[in-house]
Ligand binder design. Structure first.
Ligand SMILES: [Zn+2]
Ligand SMILES: [Zn+2]
Length: 390
């Protein structure tokens, strides 16, 4: 019996686990129930378990043979602070909290893989099962790294998987190179001199200066980056003033920057600072900017991506593995792992979804049909990377 067939036999039970996690979503670093569910499940399989890595993270250790090679497989466990609009039986029991990104499914697929790995041990080396907290904006991956993940569990490479709505179930996308973008934030304060709106010459208008800055910021991508280097700079907040007849003394702008390389990130940050200086001088206002780096770009290493593509192709057929899918401008904190170890983060098709439902939509639900193929991918990846000595 193939790996996927053996997992399919347990499908109803695995879907039950997934729906139980879905019904009990927990926010970043508060995944206590989920972490305990994971740890208990692994322990019942005889797997060595380490709790509390990066606060609520869990690591399981599965050994096969005597090999010294080791790899890591990662699933994320956290939910989002949003209200679920689904009405099915496994809808969220927690108001204002929802598994709208499918991390319930990711956790379940890795647990399902753990069952097979612990039972069959058809590999030579060590697999670290990394169940991370706080993927959604709170950098749980970084918390695990700062807690000594790679020193305590030395792995040569690490792998991630995310469901992808809109891509048919049973398909994979594997990027060699960037898969997801970086996500940085900027906050800008434009400080002028308030005045009577009928006497603008007596003040320094921060609104006009800020408006000029919004326009100038749009030239960063169009005029200073290589057209082949994709980036997004979006000013998403602009606040100033509170009366018809008052020129306010300050305006504030904030926004997000997305890119696929650290070089582009640095270039955008430098240009933002230069435009703030230049426009401040031109309009005789003071402009202060703070630029906050968030998640780095998620960049797969070529060798590991090639192995993942091969494993997926063996599982679902080469025609169902997209090697040229466009990367996403969304961000993913698996990037922190890839900054320190080679590895690959793949997308697994979640199917069309109800009404073309996307991630982070209040009607989203993880597609239980893909649990066997996702779990089998993990098992086959381990058996390929840590293949038995011939
Ligand atoms: Zn998400
Ligand atoms: Zn997610």
């Amino acid at each position: 019996m193939s790996v996927i067939e053996s997992i399919r036999r347990d499908h109803a039970r695995l879907a039950g686990i997934r729906r139980d996690i879905h019904a009990h979503p927990e926010l970043a670093f508060k995944e206590h129930r989920t972490a305990e569910l994971v740890a208990g499940h692994l322990e019942a399989l005889g797997i060595e378990v380490h709790r509390g890595i990066g606060r609520t993270g869990v690591v399981g250790v599965v050994r096969g043979g005597r090999g010294l090679r080791a790899i890591g497989l990662r699933a994320d466990m956290d939910a989002l602070p949003m209200q679920e609009r689904n009405t099915f039986a496994h809808q969220s029991r927690h108001s204002g909290c929802m598994h709208a990104c499918g991390h319930d499914g990711h956790t379940t697929m890795l647990l399902a893989a753990a069952e097979v790995l612990a039972r069959e041990r058809n590999f030579d080396g060590t697999v670290y099962l990394v169940f991370q907290p706080a993927e959604e904006g709170e950098a749980g991956a970084r918390a695990m790294i700062e807690d000594g993940l790679f020193e305590r569990f030395p792995m040569a490479s690490i792998y991630g998987m995310h469901n992808w709505p809109g891509m048919p179930a049973g398909r994979f996308a594997v990027h060699s190179g960037p898969a997801m973008a970086s996500a940085d934030r900027f906050d800008i304060e434009v400080l002028g001199n308030g005045a009577h709106a009928a006497m603008p010459h007596l003040g320094n208008d921060p609104v006009v200066a800020a408006a000029a800055l919004v326009q100038a910021i749009q030239t960063i991508t169009s005029r200073t980056l290589d057209p082949l280097d994709a980036a997004v700079v979006s000013t998403t907040m602009f606040h100033a003033g509170e009366a018809y007849n008052v020129i306010p003394d300050r305006a504030s702008l904030s926004g997000t920057v997305r890119a696929f390389s650290a070089t582009v990130q640095s270039r955008v940050e430098a240009r933002l600072a230069a435009l703030c200086r230049g426009i401040g001088e031109a309009y005789e206002v003071r402009i202060d900017m703070t630029y906050q780096r968030g998640y780095p770009p998620t960049v797969n290493t070529a060798g590991e991506a090639a192995v993942c593509a091969r494993v997926a192709a063996e599982l679902v057929g080469a025609e169902n593995v997209e090697l040229d899918a466009r990367p996403s401008m969304g961000a993913e904190d698996f990037a922190f792992f890839l900054e320190r170890r080679p590895g690959c983060y793949v997308w697994i098709g979640n199917g069309p979804g109800e009404g073309g439902c996307t991630l982070h939509n209040p009607h989203y639900d993880f597609n239980d049909d893909i649990i066997p193929v996702g779990a089998a991918y993990w098992v086959r990846l381990v058996e390929t990377q840590l293949n038995l000595p011939s």
